[in-house]
Design a protein. Structure first.
Length: 276
């Protein structure tokens, strides 16, 4: 299955709920209307859809939301997805507030990896961004995931007037822990449309000031870091990978991965267009 630009489609995202236990100001602040129960697909319907997509060549499914862990029985959906012929990988994007307690069941169900949203290392700023005092729970969820050995990626949204002073510190986490750190540009939609963002070129320029030895990483090595086009940069043993405007920047162990606006043309020619 291919899109209009000739890219192979192999990746499906399932938003299993619109609910969330945080209230991030750029995503779902207080006062957002909830969907009616009958407007949300059942797990059986999600599985039926995923099976149809698998027959068309999809082999990777990401479970997301809202916050997927607030929906009861989500581990059963993961288990069902893993049982579909052709589906080789099931991942999840979560804020990790409930991850520590639910991780054992998710691992037993066959979950392959997690992306965890984390915009700051400062508990007070975390509470300001999310309108909830859940920093300790998120840290516990990240620790539990790392201890389990499941692959972990941290997703960070750079925010002007918010966490912009912490971006390098967040990136360096990947040098200290077995995880990737990914910087995702503020999407110009919904509540985020009215908020100033740090663009891909700006982020890349900041990293180059901090790490002036940055140089392009060969395409094959970049592709090995995960799905999605990127301009990856090598700094000694550290790799910096950026993706922006509709893009992402990530860091793994020694890797910071950045995709900038300039990667859009490359993206149109790539087989893997997702931010996995």
């Amino acid at each position: 299955m291919f899109d209009s630009k000739g890219r192979k489609i192999h990746y499906l995202r399932l938003s299993v709920t619109d609910l969330c236990n945080l209230r991030c100001r750029y995503c779902m602040p207080d006062g957002v209307d909830k969907l009616e129960r009958e407007d949300i697909l059942t797990y059986e319907e999600f599985l039926r859809l995923a099976a149809l997509f698998a027959r068309c060549g999809v082999d990777t499914v990401r479970v997301t939301g809202g916050e997927p862990l607030v929906r009861k029985g989500v581990e059963q959906l993961v288990k069902g997805l893993k049982a579909i012929p052709g589906i080789r990988k099931v991942t999840m994007t979560t804020n990790a507030v409930l991850l520590e307690q639910q991780l054992p069941a998710l691992l037993e169900a066959g979950l392959d990896s997690v992306n965890i949203s984390l915009d700051t290392l400062d508990p007070a700023l975390f509470a300001k961004i999310t309108a909830r005092d859940e920093f300790a729970a998120v840290q516990a969820g990240i620790h539990a995931a790392l201890e389990s050995g499941i692959p972990v990626k941290l997703n960070c949204v750079p925010q002007v007037g918010g966490n912009e002073g912490e971006l390098e510190a967040l990136a360096v986490l990947a040098q200290d822990k077995p995880l990737q750190v990914r910087f995702i540009e503020m999407m110009p939609i919904g509540y985020g449309a009215a908020m100033p963002c740090i663009s891909g070129p700006e982020l890349l320029a900041r990293f180059r000031r901090r790490w002036p030895e940055l140089a392009p990483l060969p395409g094959a090595a970049c592709a090995a870091l995960g799905d999605g086009p990127a301009d990856a940069l090598l700094h000694g043993e550290a790799v910096f990978h950026t993706v922006l405007h509709g893009g992402f920047a990530s860091v793994r162990n020694d890797v910071i991965r950045v995709i900038t606006d300039s990667a859009v043309e490359t993206e149109e020619k790539s087989d893997a267009e997702n931010e996995d």
